[in-house]
Write a protein that binds this ligand. Structure first.
Ligand code: PGA
Length: 245
């Protein structure tokens, strides 16, 4: 299966015109462009090959939830992927329990989920086993009660994003990312879950280091923040992915 390259624009850029300019340059298959909500309709109307993505979701399909956006609404604009549980949302108060509700809602609505997990620096300093315990607990809660939802390699993608590597310019060593990707796959393959998800790496991925991650058999792609706002850089990353795929 080809590796997935997901661009997370976060709360960028400032205008829809700029979002269209970026997204059009990235309109290739095996690319996901995860946009701020206001740009989804406009960008969705120009993408032909890349998949349209959102960066969050609410867990109900409609109702009195001021300011929230529902799975059904996103689907009606052609959204295929949604990022859930990004550490920047968790830092604003999103708990594993909330992440779990969102994962279930997204999957029930037929949206592909990019579930983000990853440990903070204080945990990583204690070593790999501590980081694994942290990530395992995030996964177990986030995926609780999903047994009936027909999770497949297509609709469940895990993004391993160690918090200390996000936006810091300090990517994880590829060996550490591989060890965690293998751990995630092993944990989710157990009797209780029996899942075989793709695992992406995210955190300071750029054109210079993406090859290290993509050449690893257990890393199924990358989730890219800052570098996805730089057209030349992200296009190089798309090319690197095509060459490997
Ligand atoms: P970064 O962000 O590439 O800027 O480190 C990754 C992410 O937050 O998904």
């Amino acid at each position: 299966m080809a590796k997935l390259l997901a661009a997370n624009f976060k709360m960028n850029p400032r205008t829809a015109a700029e979002a269209v300019r970026l997204a059009k340059s990235y309109d290739k298959k095996d690319v996901v462009v995860a946009l701020p909500f206001p740009f989804i309709a406009t960008v969705g109307s120009v993408l032909k090959n890349a998949a349209l993505g959102a960066q969050d979701i609410f867990w109900e399909n409609e109702g009195a939830y001021t300011g929230e956006v529902s799975p059904i609404q996103l689907k009606s604009f052609g959204v295929r992927y949604v990022i859930i549980g990004h550490s920047e949302r968790r830092a604003l108060g999103e708990t594993d329990v909330v992440v779990n509700k969102k994962v279930k809602a997204a999957l029930s609505a037929g949206l592909r989920t990019i579930l983000c997990v990853g440990e903070p620096l204080a945990v990583r300093r204690k070593g790999l086993a501590a980081a694994e315990r942290f990530v395992q607990s995030q996964l177990a809660t986030a995926l609780a009660g999903t047994a009936g939802l027909k999770l497949t390699v297509q609709n469940l993608v895990i993004a391993y994003e160690p918090i200390w590597a996000i936006g810091t310019g300090r990517a994880a060593m590829s060996a550490d990312a591989v060890a965690m990707a293998q751990f995630i796959k092993k944990f989710l393959k157990t009797k209780t879950h029996n899942l075989k998800p793709r695992v992406l790496y995210g955190g300071s991925v750029n054109a210079g280091n993406i090859g290290l991650f993509l050449s690893e058999p257990d890393i199924d792609g990358a989730l890219v923040g800052g570098a996805s706002l730089k057209i030349r850089e992200f296009k190089k990353m798309i090319l690197a992915n095509q060459l490997i795929g």
